[in-house]
Design a protein around this ligand. Structure first.
Ligand code: ADP
Ligand code: ADP
Length: 226
């Protein structure tokens, strides 16, 4: 059985009265421990696909299966549990809470789950991100790249089984990007985290084990890198 299976999935949005085919009959499977990069031009459906796999958006038709069980046929409360227990998402826009400090933003998902977080873990994540001395800053006091790092840390702190990231390196310089890639590789290899990264950056795509190339709402190339 596959970890995640995307089965005959289409997504049609309507904009005004015009239908927009964001995804057209997509099928592929994700196995546990894969590190997948999704590439393709802007507007080809990458973010739509990511949100669907993450339990955030129900397809117009087709199914997303998690270990054989159809995600969107579950109750909303169960879909929400799937998101919270299984998935970490790094957003293209940081979605940090402006009234909370960097540290508090990091801890937010765990607090929402009623989990306690080991302070050493918080320190470790802040150190990896190079943000130790910014822990008490508010998002408005951080640069875009620094906010992005906190958003990444927030997704990692719960040790999700599935990490979904939408252009996570967009605001990082190449040294910081390489650090982040090392962190993702570490999470993938040492913690068996399954990772799916939407990216325009070929350096990021080169670190993946598999590259899905999308065009006009379809997967046009599925390349496994050995
Ligand atoms: P990508 O991430 O590859 O840039 P998206 O998945 O964001 O692509 O978008 C795919 C297509 O669907 C685009 O044409 C986009 O304009 C459209 N789209 C995405 N989200 C919505 C929405 N909420 N409502 C209407 N159209 C949308
Ligand atoms: P509940 O409905 O039980 O409160 P949430 O809405 O908090 O569950 O969803 C759980 C996770 O999904 C949270 O991390 C939340 O930030 C994220 N999430 C929920 N809705 C969206 C959305 N539309 N776009 C991006 N992330 C979302």
């Amino acid at each position: 059985m596959h970890y995640i299976e995307v089965k005959n999935v289409s997504q049609i949005y309507s904009v005004g009265n015009e239908p927009v085919n964001a995804l057209t009959n997509i099928s592929f499977a994700i196995e546990k421990g894969e590190f997948i990069a999704v590439t393709g031009p802007s507007g080809c459906g990458k973010s739509t696909l990511l949100h669907m796999i993450g339990g955030l958006s129900k397809p117009s038709s087709g199914q997303i299966l998690n270990c054989g069980v159809s995600l969107y046929e579950k109750r909303n409360s169960e879909i929400s549990l799937f998101r919270r227990r299984e998935v970490g998402i790094v957003y293209q826009f940081y979605n940090l809470v402006p009234e909370l400090t960097a540290r508090e933003n990091l801890l937010l998902p765990a607090l929402m789950d009623g989990k306690s977080v080991d302070q050493r873990e918080v320190k470790k994540i802040l150190t990896i991100l190079g943000m130790e001395n910014k822990a008490n800053f508010y998002p408005g006091q951080l640069s875009g790249g620094q906010q992005q790092k906190i958003a990444i840390g927030r997704a990692l702190i719960n040790h999700p089984k599935l990490l979904l990231a939408d252009e996570p390196t967009g605001n990082l310089d190449s040294a910081k990007r390489d650090e982040l890639l090392q962190l993702l590789r570490y999470m993938n290899e040492q913690e068996e985290m399954t990772i799916l990264v939407v990216t325009h950056d070929s350096v990021v795509a080169q670190k993946a084990n598999r590259v899905l190339h999308m065009m006009d709402g379809k997967i046009v190339n599925d390349e496994v890198i050995v």
